[in-house]
Design a protein around this ligand. Structure first.
Ligand code: ZN
Length: 393
């Protein structure tokens, strides 16, 4: 015997719990309930409950376990008028979700009750296609992609580390990429600096990188700083960005980047390379050591050959630069465990990664108790590009 729609709806409503907008708002604010919007995209674009997770009704059973793994967590479902969410609540109940309720009257009742709502920032149709593999990951999703598009990341150096980092950050949709570099593309760069190209030898690296990035992803705004970083300009440049990626190859600039990031409280994603070995770590002031906690002073010049003397395997900066870029994306999305307080080392010949624990030095000249409040009194002199040995490690 078949059932009419009306009967089915009545039976469904009898089997689930409905709440009015005020009760839904209390659940949302006081019980860590997940609010799930089961409407279609074009409806969500007109306005939604802040913080709601959007899973269209047609995908609910498929996606709910990724979005809400804990079946005891309270869930508030809503649609436009309370019908689709009633069927959705029944479906989740059948999947074992124990505290699922449907918002009676839906989003229109919510708005009539004067409760908060907002028009969500949303991706264009082109962006949904471009970033579809991100949108499928619950930890990224549309909200995460929006964070990436809103992020401002500064790459210091468009060289070996900066090239792969810039390329992948641009592909991932990081919306603003600043690049500091005063050099021009040389043909000896092309063995590893993959963002440049043979027909751009002689061009400013900042300009060459812009051409490559704009061809890859028109969503990215590239800001070129064709200058040498110095203590006179570093604070003004860094202040415009959320995160700094250190892709430099000399100690003077590394200390300058570190000190400016500590002063401005910006994360500093560090990487360095030497022949077949590389290392990476993430410095976040106050949460772990800074570069000077590890290396209070530069090594003597005889222990620090310049890169031109030392050489580097062309593939090595690809590995390290992408670890740095991955750290950047994790910080933007606030997911996973960044390399704060850990130094990752990579030996390409042995294909071996190691992690060393790093601790903060309470007497550190930059982030310790006697830390300076400006860069004025600090000397920055260039002493080459090798990886210094960790004292005591
Ligand atoms: Zn320090």
């Amino acid at each position: 015997m078949s059932t009419s729609y009306r009967t089915l709806l009545d039976q469904t409503k009898a089997a689930i719990q409905e709440v009015d907008p005020t009760a839904a708002d209390t659940l949302r604010l006081d019980t860590n309930a997940v609010v799930i919007d089961v409407r279609e995209q074009d409806e969500v674009d007109q306005g939604a409950i802040p913080g709601a997770v959007h899973i269209p009704r047609g995908y609910l059973e498929m996606r709910i376990e990724d979005a809400v793994p804990d079946r005891s967590r309270p869930i508030v479902l809503y649609c436009a008028g309370g019908v689709r969410s009633a069927f959705a609540a029944k479906a989740l109940q059948d999947l074992g979700y124990q505290e699922t309720v449907s918002l009676a009257g839906g989003f229109s009742a919510w708005k009539s009750a004067g409760l908060p709502w907002a028009i969500p920032q949303s991706l264009t149709a082109d962006q949904r296609r471009r970033y579809s593999r991100h949108l499928l990951i619950p930890e990224v999703g549309e909200a995460g992609q929006q964070k990436l598009l809103d992020a401002k990341v500064l790459l210091v150096g468009a060289g070996g580390l900066g090239s792969p980092a810039a390329y992948y950050l641009a592909a991932a949709g990081v919306g603003t990429l600043g690049i500091v570099d005063a050099d021009v593309v040389d043909d000896s760069n092309l063995q590893r600096q993959i963002i440049h190209a043979t027909d751009r030898v002689g061009m400013a690296k900042v300009e060459s990188a812009r051409i490559a990035i704009e061809a890859l992803n028109p969503d990215v705004n590239v800001i070129g700083h064709e200058t040498r970083l110095a203590k006179e300009n570093v604070l003004d440049i860094f202040a415009q960005y959320d995160i700094v990626l250190d892709g430099t190859d000399n100690f003077a600039t590394r200390y300058l980047i570190n000190d400016a990031c500590v002063l401005l409280d910006k994360p500093n994603i560090h990487g360095s390379i030497f022949r077949f070995e590389g290392q990476a770590t993430t410095f976040v002031a106050g949460q772990g050591p800074c570069y000077r906690c590890l290396f209070p002073t530069p090594p003597p010049p005889e222990l620090a050959p310049s890169c031109a003397e030392a050489g580097v395997l062309g593939l090595l900066p690809g590995t390290i630069g992408l670890i740095q870029a991955t750290e950047v994306v994790k910080l933007i999305l606030d997911i996973g465990e960044p390399l704060i307080g850990r130094l990752l080392t990579y030996d390409a010949l042995r294909t071996e990664f190691r992690t060393l624990r790093l601790s903060r030095d309470p007497t550190c000249p930059m982030c310790g108790s006697d830390a300076p409040s400006s860069l004025d009194a600090i000397e920055y002199s260039d002493v080459g590009c090798a990886i210094p040995a960790l004292t005591g490690a």
